[in-house]
Design a protein around this ligand. Structure first.
Ligand code: PAF
Length: 288
């Protein structure tokens, strides 16, 4: 595994590989790697000739009140995990190379970025879209792998690629869960033992919502009411949203059309120190 830091080194490597007609698979990450990331890496390895993983905690996607300063980082451990997966390149760019002082261009997927998490995290998806476009330009991958845990992010990247005619295939990968159903996330480490127990309600509530749908309920309001009730029993700090949305436009639907996504964002914890977790399930007629 090669570790590359400079943009020039990364671009030169990719040019060489593409010139040989080989397929580059890319997994962008912010580090603090877990099984969810590793499942993306394994998909990339299976489907591509070479695999690149980037580790970059992107300041542009964090709001002023958010956890940029505390965001979990353990580069040594990440490198060990990636070495075991036998990837080709880990790309760890320096913030000042990605965002030089005179940097002033950003991209925004305007409509989709306003839905769901966009309502409480203004500017977040602008930061995500901008860094992903930059990384695509530097790494020049053939395929890029994104997890469906960040469903809205994946939909936004799909749109970005279509709207800007980017020459990269976005591959959506399934959510990886802990034994009790909690979706894997780098932010799970913030949870206390009690909060960790409570957080497992998210998947139980989503599964309950899906069962209601499977038994014929189509009114979003009914499904959402029961999902909220289950989550509320665990005394979270705050339910940011529980919504049923169209899987492409991410607009709320009052009747569940298929396929739709049932998505939640919930803050666990007390006082100022809360952890915001997101999760979702797709409701479709195949009984998924
Ligand atoms: O999902 C993430 O870890 C980040 O949002 C991404 C895609 C690496 C962009 O910083």
């Amino acid at each position: 595994m090669e570790a590359l830091q400079s943009l020039l080194e990364m671009k030169t490597w990719s040019q060489k590989i593409r010139a040989q007609g080989l397929i580059i698979g890319f997994v962008p990450t912010m580090g603090a790697l877990h099984e969810g990331h590793l499942s993306l890496v394994r998909q990339a390895k299976k489907n591509c000739d070479r695999t690149v993983v980037s580790i970059f905690v992107n300041p542009l996607q964090f709001g002023l009140e958010e956890d940029l300063d505390q965001y979990p980082q353990n580069l040594e451990h990440d490198f060990e995990l990636l070495k075991k997966e036998n990837i080709d390149v880990v790309f760890v760019p320096k913030p000042k190379e990605i965002y030089p002082l005179d940097f002033q261009t950003a991209v925004e997927v305007s409509g989709l970025s306003k839905q769901l998490c966009g309502k409480s995290r203004s500017g977040h998806f602008r930061g995500v879209a901008t860094v992903v476009l930059k990384l695509f330009n530097i790494v020049n991958p053939t395929k890029a792998f994104f997890g469906n845990k960040d469903f809205q992010q994946r939909v936004i990247i799909d749109r970005l690629v279509k709207d800007l005619h980017l020459d990269v295939e976005v591959v959506a990968c399934p959510i990886v869960r802990e034994a009790d159903g909690l979706a894997m996330s780098s932010r799970n480490v913030y949870l206390s033992i009690e909060e960790r127990k409570s957080a497992s309600v998210l998947y139980r509530a989503l599964q309950h919502g899906r069962r209601l749908f499977q038994s014929g309920e189509r009114r979003s309001s009914k499904i959402i009411a029961q999902v909220r009730e289950m989550i509320d029993k665990e005394n979270p700090k705050h339910i940011d949203y529980a919504q049923v949305c169209d899987v492409e436009t991410l607009e709320e639907v009052s009747e569940v059309q298929t396929p739709s996504v049932l998505a939640v964002a919930v803050h666990f914890g007390q006082g100022d120190k809360t952890t915001r977790l997101i999760d979702n399930v797709v409701l479709d007629s195949n009984g998924e």
